[in-house]
Design a binder for this molecule. Structure first.
Ligand SMILES: NC(=O)c1ccc[n+]([C@@H]2O[C@H](COP(=O)([O-])OP(=O)(O)OC[C@H]3O[C@@H](n4cnc5c(N)ncnc54)[C@H](OP(=O)(O)O)[C@@H]3O)[C@@H](O)[C@H]2O)c1
Length: 305
């Protein structure tokens, strides 16, 4: 199966390309997440695309390159992911998260490819005090969230829309590298305890995306680590998993952050799925498992280098 991946050099993109090639990011045994089978050798032919290949904000480049590649499935991972920067650059966020998604969708339609679009818990306001399911009303609080929601709406109804949250991988710029470093040098960290969500290991998400490439179901699916945690709980767990002390991490409120972040984030946006079962899939493992595996992978890589 020919699969074109946008944002292939990004955090999720690198793990996803590994998974489609039959490799496990960070090492280990092939897993069958979401209840789907591990990737068989030669099952997928990859067409990895990033800024080096073509600029997604250029309509003609997108149309020409995708037509030439003639994929059967497109997994659209590329996005304007700098949540705070987007507040000062709404035009840039609109161009990549909305316009480029429309170009990719149109190109997918033109060549008969199925589109898988990756979205976010930031499409929700997170003010209901419970986990969000697929049928809940969206109400984004930030430019990033609003443009990702508009990106969802730019996709054909036949597309798969996978909403995920708090994604962290071995090769991304994320807080788990800070946490494992702090466990080694004893540094003190402060994290907010009034933002609650679901941490998701990028490698787990990547393994789960295989199910959507194979089955091509339509509509929205929530795919994130199971359970819920605040940033404080998440990083405290990661520091401990890396051999540090839980006392190294203290809890603060969002109001205490200095400087204040430009974007408003949902206070309570864990993702829960009411639809995975309908297509024969099961949720990702508990977030503790995903974070623990990510910490082990970071330690292994740092030990090797
Ligand atoms: N990370 C999270 O916590 C999170 C949570 C929920 C949902 N998501 C969604 O998951 C998806 C993957 O996220 P990620 O963490 O892997 O993001 P990422 O690491 O920021 O990767 C995005 C990729 O898109 C590329 N890109 C940017 N502008 C482009 C352009 N004009 N043309 C072509 N490619 C371009 C980037 O290249 P450069 O680096 O060279 O700019 C980068 O390789 C995104 O759709 C994101 O919205 C992420």
């Amino acid at each position: 199966m020919r699969v074109l991946i946008t944002g292939a050099a990004g955090q999720v993109g690198q793990d996803f390309c590994d998974v489609l090639s039959g490799l496990i990011p960070g090492g280990g045994k092939a897993t069958a997440l979401l209840g789907t089978d591990p990737v068989a050798e030669g099952e997928f032919e990859l067409i990895p695309c990033d800024v080096a290949q073509f600029d997604l904000t250029n309509h003609d480049h997108v149309a020409t390159n995708i037509a030439q590649a003639a994929p059967e499935v497109i997994v659209h991972l590329a996005a304007y992911t700098a949540v705070d920067r987007a507040e000062e650059d709404p035009k840039g966020a609109q161009e990549l998260n909305v316009n480029a998604t429309r170009y990719v969708n149109d190109a997918a339609q033109a060549c008969g490819a199925h589109l898988v679009y990756i979205s976010t818990d930031y499409v929700f306001a997170g003010d209901l005090g419970r986990a969000m399911v697929e049928s809940d009303e969206t109400n984004p609080l930030s430019v990033y969230g609003a443009t990702k929601r508009a990106g969802e709406l730019a996709c054909d109804p036949s597309a798969t829309i996978v909403r995920t949250s708090w994604v962290a991988g071995l090769r991304g710029k994320n807080l788990f590298h800070l946490a494992t470093g702090a466990a080694q040098d004893g540094r003190a960290l402060r994290f907010v305890d009034d933002q609650v969500g679901t941490p998701t290991n990028a490698a787990d998400l990547a393994a789960g995306l295989v199910a959507f490439v194979r089955e091509r179901p339509s509509g929205v699916f929530h795919v994130a680590g199971s359970g819920q945690a605040s940033w404080f709980e998440t990083i405290q767990f990661a520091v401990e998993a890396a051999g540090g002390s839980p006392d190294q991490v203290s809890a603060i409120s969002t109001a205490e952050l200095d400087p204040q972040p430009l974007a408003t984030r949902p206070a309570f946006s864990p993702l829960l799925s009411e639809r995975l079962g309908s297509v024969g899939l099961v949720p990702l493992p508990d977030w503790h498992e995903g974070v623990e595996r990510l910490v082990r992978a970071i330690e292994l890589r740092d030990h090797r280098s």
